[in-house]
Design a protein around this ligand. Structure first.
Ligand SMILES: [Zn+2]
Length: 200
């Protein structure tokens, strides 16, 4: 199994902080809201005897978001200034100045493409070893929708446990409802987020 942690880092190196047009305090606030804090610890497996490989994206999603398409024309969130290189805050205000092509290429080549390659290599390796590959994508999100979310239904669920591609979704749904009620958790299928990172 490959554990992919895309959004836990708060790291923006000094050479790039000057791209941002908000105060340090505002940038910290934006990170508090947007970073999936502690997911690198939450999804930490005691994998001494298991074949688990964890891949953590090393820099903050506000600098480069590895779970966006590199081509803005394919990326729905780019319309909100939250494509692979964010330009707007979660409230839609200005976050970062306009980057030229050279700056964009540098960031993608330094962080985005190497990360995609490491995920793809891990998937290929797992396929080679076992004939299949499972990617667990480790996120967290707030209990209320953010202004940038398409789905504004409250409250946001505690977890998104299943996918339309799971053939026995109805059975899993029913089983989980009982268990969810017992432990007081609230799951919701495909909402407010759907789909998963894929190996490219
Ligand atoms: Zn996330």
């Amino acid at each position: 199994m490959i554990v992919h942690i895309p959004h836990s880092s708060r790291l923006i190196s000094a050479e790039y902080t000057k791209q941002f047009v908000v105060s340090d305090a505002r940038l910290q606030h934006e990170m508090n809201v947007m970073v999936d804090s502690f997911t690198d610890e939450l999804f930490e497996f005691d994998c001494a005897d298991e074949n688990v490989r964890t891949i953590v994206f090393p820099v903050c999603r506000l600098l480069v978001d590895p779970e966006r398409f590199a081509d803005d024309s394919l990326e729905a969130m780019s319309k909100k200034g939250m494509g692979v290189l964010y330009s707007k805050t979660y409230k839609g205000g200005p976050l970062r100045r306009r980057l030229d092509e050279e700056e964009r290429r540098e960031l993608l080549e330094k962080y985005y493409f190497p990360h995609q390659k490491s995920v793809s290599d891990a998937v290929r390796e797992e396929f080679r070893e076992s004939g299949s590959s499972l990617v667990l994508d480790g996120h967290s999100f707030p209990s209320r929708p953010l202004p940038c979310h398409d789905d504004q239904t409250e409250p946001t669920p505690d977890f998104l446990p299943w996918d339309r591609f799971i053939s026995h979704a109805r059975k899993i749904d029913g089983n989980n409802r009982t268990e969810n009620q017992r432990v007081g958790l609230h799951g919701r299928n495909q909402s407010p987020f759907c789909r998963c990172v894929c190996s490219v």
